[in-house]
Design a binder for this molecule. Structure first.
Ligand SMILES: NC(=O)c1ccc[n+]([C@@H]2O[C@H](COP(=O)([O-])OP(=O)(O)OC[C@H]3O[C@@H](n4cnc5c(N)ncnc54)[C@H](OP(=O)(O)O)[C@@H]3O)[C@@H](O)[C@H]2O)c1
Length: 337
């Protein structure tokens, strides 16, 4: 199998801003398991393999090494800056006035770029946890979602577009009630929204809500995040790559079940951002977008395996009075106070 996939062959979406973005990208969160060196080396290999979209974030703790890899690829003529679509995200502890600008400045310095293609609010809360803390830890300063706080942060994000530091903006870990509250107040509409999306967690309503508004869903944990941090694992979690229907379709296509999850994601219309430090995996993930599409019947079967199984529950962002992780996700249709 050739280890280069011509990026021209990989389908693209057009954002409402006119920017083009590949239908698949590479995630860069090492999940407290993979070192910044391993992740950045994989980014270098991914660029050489034909990846053109990378999902970065300050909190992943590896933007400085990834920046070195980008620079090296530009210097050696492997790729030009304008051929890459680079996402980064502001972490929860940098939402205060001035800090969003400070955050992107640090990211741009680390990534060695003049701008990012999309800058995203990572979580719609100013709540944060100590790195590596356990799942039950609660920060006494944490608070429920606040429209005013979020919009104050968004105004700073909008300023970054005006300053030319971000080409467009995105949100992440949002719910429909939160979007209903904030979208009418946005001067710049988000062009993309990151959300957890995999066969056992399809978020049909949120997905459709975004698509109807010309906001592109970017799906994280597209393979069901088998290597996610232990704090994000619970005994009831569904393992996407072991769902019998997925295994059956994988057998027919003679591929790993992970590939079926990605084909489903791409054909449904979200952008999956699978992570892997293994060359054989990340190359086959990219190749999955250009060959042997799933049939309509296979797509319908996968639609039926949704188990509403959220994996990244976000419990470390809860405030003291919160009852449980469900409070982050507005399950009753209104913003949890
Ligand atoms: N916005 C947000 O809040 C948010 C939250 C979470 C994640 N993300 C982003 O989404 C990205 C992806 O999510 P994720 O890393 O949690 O989950 P994921 O992509 O669903 O799963 C990654 C794991 O799947 C396995 N894998 C990948 N390709 C494979 C293949 N072809 N065959 C077999 N196994 C394969 C690898 O495990 P092995 O090493 O064991 O093979 C890898 O570590 C992150 O890196 C990050 O950029 C964003």
């Amino acid at each position: 199998m050739p280890n280069f996939i011509n990026p021209e062959l990989v389908p693209k979406h057009k954002l409402y801003t006119g920017q083009k973005i590949p239908c698949i990208g590479m995630g860069t969160f090492g999940s407290d398991r993979f070192t910044p060196e391993q992740v950045s080396e994989a980014v270098g290999g991914a660029i050489r393999s034909g990846y053109r979209l990378f999902d970065c974030a300050a909190i992943y703790g590896n933007e400085d090494l990834i920046g070195g890899v980008f620079k090296d690829a530009f210097d050696k003529g492997v790729v030009r800056r304008e051929e890459l679509f680079i996402i980064s995200k502001v972490w929860n502890d940098m939402h205060e006035p001035e800090n969003v600008l400070n955050s992107i400045k640090k990211t741009l310095m680390d990534l060695q770029l003049d701008d990012v293609d999309a800058y995203v609010i990572h979580w719609p809360f100013r709540n944060y946890h100590a790195p590596g803390c356990d799942g039950d830890a609660r920060n006494p300063d944490s608070k429920p979602f606040s429209v005013d706080d979020f919009i104050a942060t968004w105004r700073q994000m909008e300023e970054l577009v005006r300053m030319g530091l971000a080409k467009t903006l995105g949100m992440s870990n949002m719910t429909i009630p939160k979007l209903e509250a904030v979208l009418p107040l946005c001067k710049i509409k988000p062009a993309l929204i990151e959300m957890e999306l995999h066969p056992s967690f399809q978020q049909e309503e949120l997905f459709n809500y975004c698509v109807e508004r010309e906001i592109l869903p970017v799906g994280f944990c597209p393979i069901g995040s088998p290597t996610r941090p232990d704090r994000d694992k619970t005994p009831d979690d569904v393992v996407d790559t072991q769902i019998p229907e997925i295994l059956e379709i994988a057998k027919v296509h003679n591929v790993h079940p992970a590939i079926i999850c990605l084909k489903w994601a791409v054909q449904r219309g979200q952008i999956p951002i699978p992570f892997s430090v293994h060359e054989n995996e990340y190359i086959s993930n990219l190749r999955s977008t250009i060959e042997a599409p799933l049939t309509d019947e296979e797509m319908a079967i996968i639609k039926s395996v949704d188990r509403n199984c959220r994996l990244i529950k976000g419990q470390v962002f809860l405030w003291e009075e919160a009852k449980g992780w469900e409070d982050l996700w507005d399950l009753d249709g209104s913003i949890t106070k």
